[in-house]
Design a binder for this molecule. Sequence first.
Ligand code: KMH
Ligand code: ZN
Length: 312
Amino acid sequence: MKIMKNKVIITCAVTGSVHTPSMSPYLPVTPDQIAEQAIAAAEAGASILHLHARNPADGRPTADPAVFMQFLPRIKQATDAVINISTGGSSLMTLDDRLAASLQAQPEMCSLNMGSMNFGIFPLAKPGMEWQHEWEPQLLEATRGTIFKNTFADIEGILKRLGEGCGTRFEFECYDVGHLYSLKHFYDRGLVKGPLFIQFVLGILGGIGADPDNLSHMKRIADKLFGDDYRFSVLAAGRQQMQLITMGAAMGGNVRVGLEDSLYLGRGELAKSNADQVSRIRTILEALSLEVATPDEARTMLALKGGDRVSF
Ligand code: KMH
Ligand code: ZN
């Protein structure tokens, strides 16, 4: 399938499972906060909302479908945005837990992580930090000794159960060049079909570093492997977020923002909401004469099933 150069899709990853409540008072954790910030992000121009859930009592990442169901219907009613549920959850969850909410909700999109890897977030625990909850430093430290498990069998199971079974399409999370080759393996077997939506994930400790050469290299290899049958998006963890996603857009790609990936708006300035980051990248894109895709344009670009064909 030939993909025409097109508008820029802004994905907003609203809360994730990397940051913890003590790192920013603006990180949404309760279902109300997640819904409010997701809706505001969509109003600011995000056409895809990438969602994780947190325990409302203490902000700890959770995969509990009942918690997802406290915000998914509300977001769906208030916006037309594409809802994308994480199947990565957190590297400390079992795969069955990570899949439970998506299998129930059957969303238009889910993330799909393209390899097992170290996923070290322990450096986020800085000496002298004051923690609101004991679980925060414990969770960060636990990532020193755990593997984010996404074997070929795991990936194949997700493709069958969610892809074939529910008509869900994927944000393929590629944290290094090797993940592109793993994706190509599934593409060659016909288990994934274009237009692929590949997220180049830069700056996770355990994956490729957040720098322009690496972004260019990821794109060069993806071009070689998938030709015109893919679209890419860029996310950069931490302070390189805005620079690298801007570079990605200038290279013809799409962008991902959100407090999952960075808590900041600029140097030393916490983002007060997800919508702040969406508005910032929207301003940059429009200043570069790039047009932002609406949710329906994103649906067409990514061949999604439609917001009325989900189970929530
Ligand atoms: N936290 C990001 C680096 C997922 O949710 O499946 C990658 C991510 C994974 O969003
Ligand atoms: Zn995520």
